[in-house]
Each structure stands twice: as C-alpha cells, then as structure tokens.
Design a protein around this ligand. Sequence first.
Ligand code: PLP
Length: 401
Amino acid sequence: MSSRIYFDHSATTPLDPRVLEAMGPFLGGAYGNPSSLHQEGRVARAAVDKSRAQVAALIGATPDEIIFTASGTEADNLALIGAVRASGKPGHVVTSAIEHAAILKTCKFLASGGTKITRLPVDADGLVRPDGLLRALQSSVTVVSVMAANNVVGTIQPIEELAQFAKLHGVLFHTDAVQAGGKIPLDVNRLQADLLSLSAHKLHGPKGVGALYFRKGTGLAPIIFGGGQERGLRSATENVAGIVGFGAAAELTRKELNQEAARLAGLREYIATEVLRNFPNAYLYGHPTKRLPGHLSFGFRGQEREVGKLLDALDQAGVAVSAGSACSANHSGEPSSVLLAMGYDAECARGLIRVSLGRFSTQQEVDCFLDVLSSAVSTLSDTAPSASLAGLTNPAEVAFA
Ligand code: PLP
C-alpha cells in the first residue's frame, strides 16, 4: 500500500498519525460514557468538551455552538430538516443546483412533505450568482443552504455575500463546509453563517464523525430522539474516540492551514500546467482561481467516454484518483449532474478526472503521477502510443528510478 499514490482526498483522507495517537486511550482504557457521573464518565466528558472547543476554534465559533453528529451527511440533514421543523411550517428551502446528495436528497425528502425547494443555477465555473439568490429571497424563505466549496469541481462559493443577502431578509443561512473545512479559512462570524456542516474524515480525522455549528438562538429541532445528548439536538451516546480524533484533527488543521494551503495550491498549479502542456486536448473544470487549494479537475476532449478505462489504468499502475464524487458510483459513465448544471454538454459532463491532494502528498508523488498519467493516456489514444512507462504496476519504479 505504501508505494501507492493516493490523490483522492476529496473522497476521504488518511488518518494523521498524531490524530490516531490522541484517539488511542479512548479506544482502550478510557471507555467511559460521557453522561455517567463517575470518574470514567468525567474523563470521557472532559475529552468530548476539549474536542468541542478544538472544532469550534477551527471556524471561530464557541464550544456551545457545536453539535457532534455521526457524519457530514447527518449534519446536513439536521440543519435543513431541523430548521424546517423548528419553523413549524412546510416552509421554503433555497439551495444550489450543485450541492452534495446529502443536501439534494434531504431537499427531496422535505419536498415530499410540502416544503418548497428552489435550486439556484450556477455559471460555467460553478459559481452561484448572488443576484439569483436575491430573486429567490423575494418570496418567504425558511433557510438558504449553499455549499462552501464543491466536491466535484472544487469551486469556492461567495458564501459571505450570499449569507449577507439572506441576513438582510432575516433568513437563516446554512453552508455545507464538508469540503472546505480545514482547507480554507472559515470564520462563522465573518461569514454570518447560522448553520455550518463539517466532517472529520475530510481533514485527516476519523470517519463517522461530523459536526453542525449552530449559532446561539437559531431555531433547530432534533431529527434523532433519545437520551437528550448534545443539548437535546442529537441523542445517542457520543462516539468519544471519534470525537477526540475530530478535535485533534481540527487543531492540527487550524495550526497548519495557511502553510498547507499555499503548498497544496503550488502542487495543484504545477499539475494543471503540466497536464495542459502535455496533452493538447486537456481542459480544466471549475473556477480558475476560486478553488480549493489541493483540488484539480480536468478532462480530455474527445476521450470523455474513456474516463473509466483511464481511471482503471491509473489504479492498476498504483494511483488512486476519481471521476468526481465518491458517492455517485462514477465509473458508470453517467454524466455528472454538477457538470450538467454548469452547462457542460452530456459528453463533457462524463469526462471529469478529479485529483485531490492532502497533507502527505509530495512533489515526488506529483511527478510520478504525471508520468503514470502520460502512460495511461497513451493507451487510450491511437496517435500517442509508446511511453516506456506503459505496463508498470508500481509508480514508485518511475519516480525513484
Ligand atoms: N457534503 C459534501 C460537500 C461532501 O463532499 C460530502 C462527502 O463527500 C458530504 C457532505 C458527506 O459527508 P460524510 O461523508 O461525512 O457523510
């Protein structure tokens, strides 16, 4: 495994060893239930409280504004269903056309109960236009939900501006920051967000832990019922080890964010330049500058239908990249709904290759990836065969030869 190159950090990230170390005691001897009053319980409670403060600090919130959930998906569900339920009416949710399924399918569920859903269009770079939101706000709206950064094309939305419009109309603003969390600076007060979703496994923390930030005073009803944990908003015995991992991951990410963002953006620009230089038919997706630092998506004109074959070839050669969202079984050759919403034709909407870098990605890996990519692309093309690299099963043989 170690010789593989993992460039799919938008799907999930490897656990940082420092996070694993912090979690260790809570997978072993420190097994108390945070709701218990004895010493074992108090140790667990203190650990959960510390993590709550660490996650809050990542987004400029206070600890009592953080609700731990079992995923980013659950945080999104709680934000939208919780806000609509708390309003006491079917209400109206305004969202974008390129949200993750955790938002889109929650909206579909709400629509089945009578909630009106407005999906804001995006431009060719994947940006929601603020004037579109202004128009939607002419009618009564319960909550606006626009993702901070897109998982397929990496475009970063003008959240501050969008939230400001929602606030001017007295409407709640939620942002799904699962992809943006820990990758770009996020401050809930500067953004004026009322609700914000995060997920630990996207920032080198463990899977199965998320958080919803909710601004004090925001009307929110629970969607899970039971023992009343998490201020009554998310019943269930807390996943203490997972929460501790989330806290440790959030703290590391916060401390390293600026330096890491600059490093990853440099590697991404290098890949983009090389891909465009080496392949005359290559093109990039998403906004050229307003994008996640370690995220690049591109395609090869005329070879869009061969993306599945290309990804398989890369995988066999030791490189993991993806065709967009990990959640939408994508070697299927189906056009991406995100790209269709951005105005791509069905052909180009099939052709996306997503490269997403993380904390442990290196220049050496990038160079190796580019070699392997050349080799894999040449197997697709009639005109550019060869490459002495073809057939390699271990990219390390190229990089370190
Ligand atoms: N929202 C976005 C934008 C995502 O990219 C993802 C996961 O890929 C999710 C929500 C769901 O997060 P989780 O995997 O923690 O449920």
